[in-house]
Design a protein around this ligand. Structure first.
Ligand SMILES: NC(=O)c1ccc[n+]([C@@H]2O[C@H](COP(=O)([O-])OP(=O)(O)OC[C@H]3O[C@@H](n4cnc5c(N)ncnc54)[C@H](O)[C@@H]3O)[C@@H](O)[C@H]2O)c1
Length: 295
């Protein structure tokens, strides 16, 4: 396993590329958007600088890491030599199915095709390829260079050999892999999203305010961040999309997204990335200020 191609250079793609490159792998980062690739390299360089300042890595490893990453906009060229492809494009089923259809034509025989999807079925993704046994979920957490967990998701057809390779590879990245089966939300989001949804219901029903709900969960349950702040970080649009997958996948009303979440996403208040969610975010400010609507 030498050559890794990462598809999508957004929040997760740049973190995945950074992590592999820092551990000595040759990484090809591909995105349809040239600006996104430029932003990714700037972000990776900034994050490496922070690691150097903290003494976690030296200047030499920083240079080596950057040197290990090449960027492309053409998918076919970018995956031609890959031993492993990790897809981290936008969380949209049509985009992912299209990409994987192309991957099974463009990749060399034996290449492993992984997706970093938060919720889309690995079995379904695998079904559009010619090599379903080689398709697997490799669900990294945000921020990738910092978070230890990799949720390794076995699709219905994923082989033992491919699962073992991905478990071992994750350990080589200094991560802790956990193997799970492919059902809606896998494990991480099946448990996290209902908690976030319940926190939003608690606010919606007027049981308590934004800060009160987050404080109860931080101080009472020793969570590093309250569920409403975490939802803002993940993106409220992403939380809604995952809840919809759980709701549809299990057909159980307990996963129905709270109407307040639906309203906020419809209004474009998606959390940190749009500057407003349950809290408001001013560039350059680290203060956590409750959004006007809830203050
Ligand atoms: N953000 C998180 O906290 C988080 C955590 C775990 C997993 N995920 C998953 O990771 C994936 C990426 O999420 P993100 O938050 O990095 O998204 P993002 O919006 O930050 O980045 C997505 C990138 O994919 C690119 N893209 C779209 N279609 C493409 C295509 N056909 N070919 C190449 N590039 C394409 C876009 O230009 C964009 O740069 C999603 O599946 C998401 O569910 C996200």
């Amino acid at each position: 396993m030498e050559n890794i191609t990462v598809i999508g250079s957004g929040t997760m793609g740049n973190g995945i590329a950074h992590t592999f490159a820092q551990h000595g792998f040759k990484v090809t980062l591909v995105d349809i958007n040239q600006d996104a690739l430029k932003r990714a390299i700037t972000t990776i360089a900034g994050n490496l600088d922070r690691q150097v300042k903290k003494g976690a890595i030296d200047e030499q490893l920083k240079a080596l890491t950057l040197n290990n990453i090449t960027t492309f906009t053409d998918l076919q060229t970018a995956v031609a030599n890959a031993d492993l492809v990790i897809e981290a494009a936008t969380e949209n089923q049509e985009i992912k199915l299209n990409l994987f259809k192309q991957l099974s034509d463009y990749c060399k025989a034996g290449a492993i095709l992984a997706s970093n999807t938060s919720s889309i079925s690995i079995t379904q993704i695998a079904s559009v390829t010619k090599v379903p046994g080689n398709v697997i979920g490799m669900h990294f957490m945000n921020p990738v260079p910092v978070m230890k967990l990799v949720e390794v998701i076995r699709g219905y057809a994923t082989t033992d050999a491919v699962t073992n390779i991905i478990m071992d590879l994750s350990k080589q990245l200094d991560k802790v892999p956990v193997e799970v089966n492919d059902y809606p939300g896998f494990v991480a989001n099946r448990i996290l999203m209902p908690m976030i949804n319940e926190a939003i219901y608690t606010l919606y029903e007027g049981v308590a305010g934004v800060e009160e709900i987050d404080t109860v969960m931080k101080l009472g349950m020793a969570h590093p961040m309250g569920p409403l702040q975490l939802a803002d970080f993940i993106g409220l649009d992403v939380c809604l999309a995952i809840l919809n997958v759980l709701h549809k996948g299990f057909g159980n009303p307990k996963y129905a997204p709270c109407p307040l979440l639906v309203n906020m996403v419809t209004a474009g208040h998606n959390g940190v990335k749009t500057g407003s969610g349950f809290y408001k975010y001013t560039p350059g400010s680290k203060d956590l200020v409750v959004a006007d609507k809830f203050s």
